[in-house]
Design a protein around this ligand. Structure first.
Ligand code: SAH
Length: 231
């Protein structure tokens, strides 16, 4: 695989982090191993943070990059919906880390779309991705990040095989369910104080099933104003 070329340059610490997630049983898929080895998390965590430590890290604007085990768990849950040629939407793309992972998984025949409402984070995420193994996909157009309110999804490229939401919604936004393809899957944290990571599957007949995967703690999916003024 061409991604191997890149993983040889990725840091040993990134590889050790991925190995640990495998040992803990959080990563089981060899494809997820390959992609998390290829995308060096160190490129996405701002200076002063500990990119390989299994914890969320502040990225400014009252946001955090999710912990490695959460990124890994979401990649595992979405793996079947991130096959080459498929379409993936990453709502609240923040640093761009997971959008870059999605891009490698769906490849240049697919589409990985990030939506983030803080323009400065969109700009820095694009710079991060440019340094990563997903850089060629920014150029060929299979990876894009947009400044928008992610509660509306990104209708231009819908429907999606996979939707990931990186911030906790008070309830599941209807627009996102609509933009899910039949056979598609969405992973979304839902709740305010107590949050559950929900797995939303749209069946081929269009009906939707929802289950709780695990309890989580994410920053809120909210308006830009509410996020910037939260203290
Ligand atoms: N998954 C990303 C970021 C997680 S933090 C990562 O791991 O790097 C959640 C992100 O959601 C933040 O960047 C925040 O700015 C963004 N966000 C919150 N509400 C949003 C909304 N309504 N629309 C778009 N982005 C939103």
């Amino acid at each position: 695989m061409e991604h191997r070329l890149w993983s040889s340059g990725a840091s040993d610490k990134n590889k050790a982090m991925v190995e640990q997630l495998q040992r803990y049983g959080i990563i089981r898929s060899s494809k997820v191993v390959e992609v998390m080895e290829a995308i060096d998390r160190g490129l996405f965590v701002p200076p002063g943070g500990s990119p390989y430590f299994d914890s969320p890290m502040p990225i400014g604007y009252n946001a955090t990059i999710s912990a490695p085990h959460m990124h890994a768990a979401c990649l595992e849950l979405l793996e079947k919906n991130l096959q080459p040629g498929m379409r993936a939407l990453d709502v609240g793309s923040g640093t761009g880390y997971l959008t870059a992972c999605f891009a490698l998984m769906v490849g240049s025949e697919g589409r990985a779309v990030g939506v983030e409402h803080i323009p400065e984070l969109v700009a820095s995420s694009i710079e991060n991705i440019k340094k990563s193994a997903a850089a060629p996909q920014l150029t060929d157009g299979s990876l894009s990040i947009h400044i928008a309110d992610g509660r509306e999804g990104w209708p231009e490229l819908a429907p999606y095989d996979a939707i990931h939401v990186g911030a906790a919604a008070p309830q599941i936004p209807e627009a996102l369910v609509e933009q899910l393809k039949p056979g598609g899957r969405m992973v979304i944290p839902v709740g305010t104080v107590f949050q559950e990571l929900k797995v939303v599957d749209k069946k081929l007949d269009g009906s939707v099933s929802i289950r709780d995967e695990t309890s989580v703690r994410y920053v809120p999916l909210t308006s830009k104003e509410a996020q910037l003024h939260a203290d």
